[in-house]
Design a protein around this ligand. Structure first.
Ligand code: NDP
Ligand code: MG
Length: 385
């Protein structure tokens, strides 16, 4: 059988690592052709050697003349686009953070190759410029775990038979806190996520539930559903990752271990299921299945409420939200603003810039920077008060 030849953007990151782990376990199915990251040349080269890649790409190498022997080396954001245009690549994985890979994502879809997408920012900010480029069912496979779960629940269901979808949230470390307890939350406490081990920004977003709000916008784009048909529920055990409810009132849900290798494998191996349960990821035993869900309290989690509202309003709001959150979380992690201020600052940015709907991809991407700069300024002004 012909191997699937992959290009992985964000190879040095946490999701990139999950994808490479799956590829290494099934060398008869996958061949790594190309790997990309931002600036971590050492790790990228090491991964390139270990996985037998032919091409490496760094979008922002520290050394402008960066080259590695025995690899074709590309640099700059255009390198990502060139990488997915390589005729020897037939599946592109986007697991980088930020918005740098949007053009390459568009190119991969236009070329008609399969795409696995973990990067949320590109869909939340550029959904209207990405989704119409999809050429066939399942060309774009979600890797974000909740979206992968919904996608797997929806398999083959005609759209008119789907009434609602649900994403689950572990609720993060503060799910049982009172409003008073939320006041004293520190970056160290926010970084202590009970279930998933992830980078600091997304871990804080999981504690504020901003991540879940952004994921609702991501789901609206990926599955073409309006805000009122996309729900989120707290599910502390993180066994069920997503659900789809159909017009006859039945619900399908996906229950699995919380491990990013599972959605990564579902995406890159589709329509096959890989025998991961045999050794790497034993299934959860039925006696341990937990089906407890509860509503999210929007007063306790104002970041979730802000993201839901941005999703409902559409236009410039999702991109501004992504930018403002990036800045507010950075200032929080630097101990420069309080936990509560994260939502206050994002709310201020959204209120101040009810700007009109972006007409082009460039305008949409620029709004992320606008949101970030405005939030930076509000943070500075607060410190100087
Ligand atoms: P990490 O911070 O662990 O890794 C980020 C990766 O992206 C690194 O390889 C980094 O390269 C690369 N990168 C960053 N900026 C650029 C750029 N401008 N050009 C090229 N590559 C770049 O992130 P995660 O793996 O946690 O997350 C990746 C994406 O997946 C994000 O969009 C996140 O929201 C999403 N996601 C993450 C989940 C998780 O469990 N972690 C779950 C679901 C979705 P370098 O090392 O050189 O900086
Ligand atoms: Mg997720």
């Amino acid at each position: 059988m012909k191997k699937i030849r992959l290009a992985v953007t964000g190879a040095t990151g946490s999701v990139g690592g999950a994808v490479l782990d799956i590829c290494a376990r099934f060398p008869q199915l996958f061949e790594i052709r190309a790997l990309a990251a931002k600036s971590n040349a050492k790790k990228l080269t090491e991964l390139g050697r270990r996985h037998g890649a032919k091409l490496l790409c760094l979008t922002e190498p520290e050394d402008k003349n960066w080259r590695e022997e025995s690899f074709t080396c590309l640099s700059g954001v255009n390198g990502l686009t060139e990488m997915v245009e390589e005729p020897s690549v037939d599946h592109a994985v986007f697991a980088s953070s930020g918005v740098a890979a949007i053009k390459a994502l568009q190119k991969a879809l236009m070329r008609g190759i399969d795409v696995s997408l973990a990067n949320k920012e590109s869909i939340v900010v550029a959904g209207p410029w990405v989704m119409p480029l999809i050429k066939r069912a399942d060309q774009l496979r979600p890797v974000d775990s909740e979206h992968s779960a919904v996608w797997q629940c929806l398999r083959d269901a005609p759209k008119e038979e789907v009434s609602r979808i649900w994403l689950t949230a572990s609720g993060g470390p503060f799910r049982d806190y009172s409003a008073a307890q939320m006041e004293g939350v520190t970056p160290e406490a926010a970084l202590n996520h009970p279930v998933w081990k992830m980078g600091p920004k997304i871990t804080v977003d999981s504690a504020t539930l901003m991540n879940k709000g952004i994921e609702c916008i991501e789901a609206m784009q990926l599955f073409g559903l309006p805000a009122e048909r996309v729900g989120a529920l707290i599910h502390p055990r993180s066994q069920v990752h997503g659900m789809a409810e159909f017009v006859d009132g039945t619900v399908r849900l996906l229950l699995s271990q919380a491990d990013m290798r599972l959605p990564a494998a579902a995406a890159i191996a589709w329509p096959r299921r890989l025998p991961l349960a045999e050794d790497a990821l034993p299934p959860i035993e039925p006696r341990d299945w937990d089906l407890c869900f509860r509503e999210i309290d929007e007063k306790l989690f104002p970041c979730f409420a802000l993201a839901r509202e941005a999703g409902r309003l559409g236009g410039a709001y999702p991109a501004l939200l992504v930018g403002a959150d990036e800045s507010a979380v950075r200032h929080f992690l630097n101990h420069e603003i309080s936990y509560r201020a994260i939502a206050e600052i994002i709310s201020e940015v959204l209120e101040a810039c009810g700007e009109k709907t972006p007409q082009t991809l460039e305008e949409a991407v620029a709004l992320v920077e606008t949101g970030e700069k405005m939030a930076d300024k509000i943070c500075r002004d607060r410190r100087n008060r």
